[in-house]
Write a protein that binds this ligand. Sequence first.
Ligand code: C5P
Length: 223
Amino acid sequence: ATHADLKGLAILVTAGPTVEDIDPVRFVSNGSTGKMGYAIAAAAVLRGAEVTLVSGPTHLTAPSGVKLVSVRSTEQMQDAVLSALPHVDVVIGAAAPVDFRPAERFDRKWKKSDGLPHVQWVQTPDILAAVRSRKQAQQTVVGFAAETNDVVENARRKVVQKDLDFVVANQIGEEGAGFGTDTNHVVFVHRDKTQPLPMMSKSAVADSILDHVKSIHRSKRQI
Ligand code: C5P
């Protein structure tokens, strides 16, 4: 990573979980801490990129120099991403958006004495799928995949379905990889090739992702 080697590049990073409210005190979410996305945002800023960080609720402090857009639900995250999309060169979807939400949210707290709530679930939007249909050819889009099995095969399906430049895939359940850890063990999965990386700190993974993005973005601009 050379100093300021990403100057002139505008990068949008999504990070953290989303939260879907059931009532004023209860919600559905997941164990994403945002560490990977924040590490990418921090590394990109250090390397001179212009960074927008669209983040669900986390305990992390946004790296200085990033433009932080804080959101809660998957729909809010999608709105923030789509409104920034025309102004960026690269989208890196490191967030773990919740894929379903209650069809309606109770206005008051559901009491235990009310019995069990009947919650109907509806699907939330797939943000990278929405990006797919709106992006320009020269924009680079990177996804993440957390898989417990058939990591490469499942990641490749995501590359194709969401028309991504590549997916950063990691095996969850492996010690030192995935949610909440400071290290990560990933493989870059393209349509027709894979590149395994050794176990590294999340900040080293972030720099590797940015190196990869930089070379893909350069080759697109030469066409
Ligand atoms: O389809 P799946 O959730 O396994 O794919 C993971 C990738 O898709 C991640 O990059 C994640 O940020 C993105 N994603 C999304 N919107 C969703 C769910 C996942 O953009 N609703």
